[in-house]
Design a protein around this ligand. Structure first.
Ligand SMILES: [Zn+2]
Length: 250
């Protein structure tokens, strides 16, 4: 973990001058968080927390798909036609759903992206749009070795109602199988079996890890060691945010 710690310091050094230049206007600028990391690295958990802390919505690709399919929108139907054939939904379809969502009123102050951008083309289009809008962009990559992820993911439980994430061992609900927030049933996703998890990690390394390199080159990436407890992961992120977001004193 030494290497990651050093990288964190390096990333913070590179990123700080960029952000602090704009610190005086931070109060009225839109703040956009981009959460990167392998499946199971804790993106969802941190995104939910940041959403509550800053009062801005968390937007995941899963939510975008579900919302569009439920409302049977034209773009949802297009996405479904790819999924039905077992194909990846193309970048332009994902981006159209995303930009449609970002035009909502509740995104005016800012938002947290969880699971998107997933590819370099998605990152390029999004980055261009964010640069034009003058938003303050904070990219956080949660770093964790694959073997730890396999253990985490195969014990994961998700609330079918609100999407809250639990773990059989590390963060169990108060009542077994029941969500603490809304009392709904917790489920194990079909794709949380060991075989599927390993395949998902392979896809992540091939497709999504380059997105990290993209933002790293731009100098606004925070690398966070998320092989530690949730509290320690949170502390690393909050320490960084207290420097780059002057209004984030709570
Ligand atoms: Zn729930």
């Amino acid at each position: 973990m030494k290497i990651i710690s050093i990288l964190c310091v390096m990333a913070a050094c590179v990123a700080l001058p960029l952000f602090s230049m704009n610190a005086s206007s931070a109060d009225n600028r839109q703040v956009v968080f981009i959460m990167l990391g392998a499946p199971g690295a804790g993106k969802g958990t941190q995104a939910v927390r940041l959403s509550e802390q800053y009062g801005i919505p968390q937007i995941s690709t899963g939510d975008l798909f579900r919302e569009n399919l439920r409302n049977n929108t034209p773009i949802g139907q297009r996405a479904k036609s790819f999924m039905d054939q077992g194909q990846l939904v193309p970048d332009e379809v994902v981006l159209e759903m995303l930009f449609d969502r970002l035009s909502s009123k509740d995104c005016a102050k800012g938002y947290i992206l969880d699971g998107v951008p997933r590819t370099i083309p998605q990152a390029e289009v999004l980055d261009k749009r964010l640069s034009e809008s003058g938003a303050q962009v904070i990219v956080i990559s949660l770093e964790i070795p694959d073997d730890l992820l396999v253990g985490r993911l195969t014990g994961r439980l998700v609330c079918g109602q609100c999407g809250a994430i639990y773990h059989k061992v590390s963060t169990p609900p108060n009542v077994e199988g029941i969500c603490d927030r809304d009392g709904a049933q917790l489920i194990q996703r079909k794709d949380d079996t060991e075989e599927v998890v390993k395949e998902r990690l392979k896809v992540f390394h091939e497709q999504t890890e380059p997105v990290k390199g993209y933002f790293e080159k731009k100098g606004n990436l925070l690398l966070v060691d998320s092989s530690v407890s949730k509290e320690k992961t949170t502390a690393q992120i909050d320490e960084y945010l207290s420097k780059v977001l002057p209004s984030a004193s709570h």
